[in-house]
Design a binder for this molecule. Structure first.
Ligand SMILES: [Zn+2]
Length: 413
């Protein structure tokens, strides 16, 4: 991609009211644009990152044998009355009427829709276990939507729902999900801590939040550095400074963190309320055990930026970077330099390497270097008179200080 043709260039002004670094950086670097508080457009660079995160999540969900579905955003009031959440959901549902006067909600989550599917499609123990997931828009009627992509009213979420014969089977499945989540977050270069938590509006008994320590986080967790035990503040009677209940070696420290994933043991709450049962091996009708497991994609993207940035800009991990290489030239008054840069751009494209080429002629080299640092693509290549003298190109990794000149041939290899 030629930067001159890219929609969504970097901007100088920090958005008003932006406090979180990820909010400032993603807007300044041209990844996202705010339509209103808590509602964002993803520009081409931002959408590339979002799609990469989506692909990583989808691969892990498929690896654990979950089936992908796509459920509607518009949801029926009747189903929310069955689970008694029409008036109690927090934050309140986005509700409206269609032209026939029927009340509808914009889905903040899909337990109602999925449990209805389960009660009609799951009949016998032979149909279990089953796991269904989707990657779809969610709507939350938040009072305060601040922090850029960290707290929003509309966002894309991966939500997985699992169905089991017994609680044991569900609890064993938790371990599978934890592994899958760790793989996803590791790919995004985030060291997420599973923290014991309460179910909140979704309900359930044993739940875990995956928390990334960050000053931008709205959550507080009590964390043991020794054994990595963690509990979300306010859950159970555990306090900061107390000896770790797991290893009994260190004291628990209170730290701020961003919740990037959540897994819930729903028990049989929804299946009992909505009548989702199965016939067991002895011919007896039983309620289905359910779990649900979420990851907000935009928030995950913001968390990556919160953890991976410096005072110059974003430092994308390779797996989610919008492009792998940021190419630019210095001394563009020299036609030889321009020719070499263009050749290199075409060579990289032929090799199907994702490259962003800053081909602008009305911008100084200094500004191009600053833009490269702000956007944060993992590898920067600079062609200059100096690099050509050595028949090479200057290579610099965004997360390292030193640049080195590598021969063009060697680099293309
Ligand atoms: Zn401990």
């Amino acid at each position: 991609m030629r930067y001159s043709k890219l929609f969504g260039k970097t901007i100088k002004e920090v958005p008003t009211g932006a406090e979180a670094e990820s909010h400032k950086l993603l807007v300044k670097a041209g990844f996202i644009d705010q339509l209103m508080a808590g509602v964002f457009s993803f520009l081409p660079l931002g959408w590339r990152v979002h799609r990469k995160i989506e692909a990583i999540i989808r691969e892990e969900m498929n690896n654990i044998g979950a089936h992908e579905v796509f459920l509607p955003t518009l949801q029926k009031k009747e189903q929310w009355l069955e689970t008694e959440r029409w008036n109690t959901m927090e934050p309140p549902l986005f509700k409206f009427k269609d032209r026939h006067g029927r009340e509808l909600a914009l889905g903040p989550t899909h337990e109602e829709v999925i449990t209805d599917l389960a009660r009609r499609f799951i009949q016998s123990y032979r149909d279990l276990p089953l796991a269904l997931y989707q990657i779809q828009n969610k709507f939350r009627n938040e009072m305060r939507a601040t922090g850029g992509l960290l707290r929003v009213k509309e966002f894309v979420m991966k939500d997985l729902y699992s169905f089991h014969e017994t609680e044991d089977d569900l609890v064993n499945y938790f371990e599978k999900i934890k592994d899958a989540y760790h793989k996803i977050f590791k790919c995004c270069r985030l060291a997420a801590i599973p923290s014991m938590a309460s179910g909140g509006a979704i309900g359930g008994t044993t739940t875990y939040e995956f928390q990334v320590p960050s000053p931008a986080g709205e959550d507080k967790i009590l964390f043991c550095k020794d054994c990595r035990f963690a509990v979300t503040k306010g859950v159970e009677e555990i306090a900061a400074g107390q000896v770790c209940p797991q290893c009994k070696k260190a004291n628990l420290e209170e730290i701020s963190a961003i919740e990037i994933g959540h897994i819930f043991n729903l028990g049989t709450e929804y299946s009992e309320k909505m009548g989702a049962t199965f016939t067991d091996a002895k011919g007896k009708q039983k309620p289905i055990w359910m779990g649900c497991y979420g990851i907000g994609l935009g928030r995950l993207m913001a968390a990556i930026v919160e953890v991976h940035h410096d005072d110059k800009g974003i430092i994308w991990p390779k797996a989610v970077a919008p492009y792998q290489i940021h190419l630019l030239a210095i001394n563009i008054e020299n036609p030889k330099v321009v020719k070499k840069t263009k050749d290199l751009y075409e060579g990289l494209q032929e090799k199907r390497i994702e490259v962003l080429y800053d081909d602008r002629v009305d911008v100084s080299a200094g500004e191009k270097l600053a833009v490269a640092d702000l956007i944060g693509i993992p590898t920067r290549l600079v062609v200059s008179e100096e690099s050509l003298k050595e028949r090479g190109v200057e290579v610099k990794e965004r997360n390292k200080k030193e640049a080195k000149i590598v021969s063009l041939k060697e680099f293309l290899k």
